[in-house]
Design a protein around this ligand. Sequence first.
Ligand code: URP
Ligand code: ZN
Ligand code: ZN
Ligand code: ZN
Length: 459
Amino acid sequence: MKLLLQNGTVVNGQESGKKDILIDGETICRVEENISPEEADEILDLEGKLIFPGFIDAHTHFDLEVSGTVTADDFASGTLAAIAGGTTTIVDFATQNKGETLKEALANWHQKADGKASCDYGFHMAISDWNEQTFAQIEDMIAAGVTTFKLYMTYPAMKLNDGEIYEVLKRLKDMGGIAGVHCENADMIDALIREAKAQGRMDADTHPQVRPAQFEAEAVHRLLVTAQTAGTPIIVVHLTCEEAYREIEEARARGQEVYAETCPQYLLMDDSLYEQGGPEAAKYVISPPLRKKKDQECLWKALKEERVQTVSTDHCSFTTKQKAMGKEDFTKIPNGMPGVETRGTLLYTYGVREGRISLEQMCRLLSENPAKLYGMYPEKGCAAPGSTADLVVIDPEKEAVITAAAQHYAMDYAPFEGTKIKGCIDKVYLHGTLVVDKGAVQVEKAGRYVPRKKYTAPR
Ligand code: URP
Ligand code: ZN
Ligand code: ZN
Ligand code: ZN
């Protein structure tokens, strides 16, 4: 079956323009002006619409056990929300529990995801237990298409110390893998938590006070020294603030290869949301926390100048009831917020429409760069002959308001509730199949596991 998408504006990382796309089965076979309708079995007119390669969200946490509970979204609801939002591929964090092998952790994550996903999915492997067996099994992970790794400098259950991070990076250097790292100074956070508790400051509004920007910046600096010593490239995940960004720029000036990711919440929300305290503040208890307006400006500028390469969501959702586990003690609030469904439309509305980034930059941030960095390019990440027909069609003039009720995830609140968007998801194709039409999901659970190649550098 050959499908011709006519008259849309095709947006790629390098250029955009009015072109037709001919899809043959699961694959794009031509992207050109005026493809003859005779070549196709079916024709669709997309005049006035934008067509992007499917968005990739390389930072989700579905079906993750943390803080004595499990995320509200599993792979079924999380990937349903993803596809409804134009994300055709997610890369989730398979997480090694202490005492577990990497192979066991990967098998566990396949069990959580296989057969349930409505978009394609891959896994990073979060290393929490660094020992000889973990060292040996990194090779098995890469063979299984898990070519990227996650390391935490905080969270007791998953944290590695600096020496261990150095050893992991050395091993990844030999194996051609790359790591993304959560950077915060764990010891200092613990000290400020003890201090807050001693002073009786137990409400959610204390959360940002014990995790200030300088603790993130210090950890980024320390990580970059470690990566420099190991001689490896590195990815700083969920970058939130100017202080940490400066550390990355300093390392680049020293000649280091450093990539950075940020998230819509750090671009569009600030720490004034914590001032309301109680359950409202608990919704925004994420780590690292929301920062200041000046940090948002810094991050938008860094996107424009292409010093930050990807915008992912860090979707890690807990209902208001789960958040209430910490109503007497903010350290017991499960950390994280949802976001997988709203990333594309938020970036289009507040990035492209407001002139902060170009259409092509949006494509690079959401599609091309994650495809390269996470080993899926050019099968994914571009709308070009030979690529998989994962496509998102946006109606740029359609307006909507974000509400929890309209979302597909298993959540009772939306962090961006009431936020206006202009530019809505109209259609989504997942390997050539129309899975979303007029904004409504038509086909569920068509997602497949994506074994990934070794990373390549975004431009
Ligand atoms: O608060 C957050 N971000 N929770 C998810 C886990 C992480 O740190 O990425
Ligand atoms: Zn993190
Ligand atoms: Zn420094
Ligand atoms: Zn995360």
